[in-house]
Design a binder for this molecule. Structure first.
Ligand code: UDP
Length: 233
């Protein structure tokens, strides 16, 4: 599949057109940002790791009847995806307290939640992605009620599948962020699932194997991404 015009460049990925109007090439960069892009850096080989990890996880989800935008992996840093219209929501699922939830609610990081917690952020750079609830989503007209129910149902199912998958590889899925898109009247899981968008801790040692190593200057960032790749392949 030939790579054509660059359509969009984000913080960690680039989208290119192809000769097929319904398909795009998603290219994974090594660039990393954190704290609303206040912190910037490069994690060498991140793009390669995230592409392979995302491809593997999308395949696992598809096998579990979760529709995704993933078509196939094209090379080290690229995957072919369906051209969705991204819904401006960041859907966060949490199994263990960390990051924003720990700060917002004054809970200790590492506390196991008695049930998964779903949160939504409105994707808006100008507003710094504010936390919103179901009513905000409906009032803003981001999606209709039926679509929101579907997004919710898919998110809990994705959590179940991914927790089991990572658990079998000695990884604790602490929390993660999802994005969905519209494709021919359907809602598909889109974007990526990688150590950039998930918190993953080694089950035994509790070592962080995700972007928190970059956010918090913990060192061995590249090694953590490589370790996750090794475990999921
Ligand atoms: N996350 C993400 N993109 C964002 C914000 C968060 O992928 O713009 C992921 C993050 O890696 C973590 C989960 O969403 O796995 C929950 O993040 P949180 O809300 O705790 O925010 P943070 O700690 O990143 O401020």
């Amino acid at each position: 599949m030939k790579k054509r015009r660059k359509l969009y460049e984000g913080k960690a990925k680039i989208l290119y057109a192809t000769d097929e109007p319904h398909l795009l090439i998603q290219y994974f960069k090594d660039d990393a940002t954190a704290f609303d892009a206040m912190k910037r850096g490069v994690i060498s080989d991140k793009g390669h790791c995230n592409n392979q990890i995302s491809a593997r996880l999308f395949c696992v989800l598809e096998k579990n009847h979760i529709p995704t935008h993933f078509v196939k992996r094209l090379g080290e840093r690229e995957m072919l995806v369906k051209r969705v219209k991204i819904i401006p929501l960041e859907v966060t699922m949490r199994n263990i307290v960390a990051g924003g939830m720990s700060k917002r609610l004054g809970l200790d990081e590492g506390k196991k939640l008695k049930q998964p917690v779903l949160e939504y952020h409105y994707k808006s750079d100008a507003l710094h992605d504010p936390l919103i609830n179901d009513d905000h989503i409906l009032v803003l007209g981001i999606v209709r009620e039926k679509e929101l129910d579907l997004i919710k149902e898919m998110s809990f199912k994705i959590n179940k599948v991914l927790r089991r998958f990572f658990g079998q590889r000695n990884l604790e899925l602490v929390d993660f962020k999802l994005e969905f898109g519209r494709f021919k009247k359907r809602i598909l899981l889109a974007d990526e699932i990688s150590p950039d968008t998930c918190r993953l801790w080694d089950k035994k040692t509790k070592q962080k194997l995700d972007k928190d190593r970059f956010r918090r200057d913990l060192g061995n960032v590249k090694e953590a991404y490589k370790e996750v790749l090794k475990r999921v392949l």
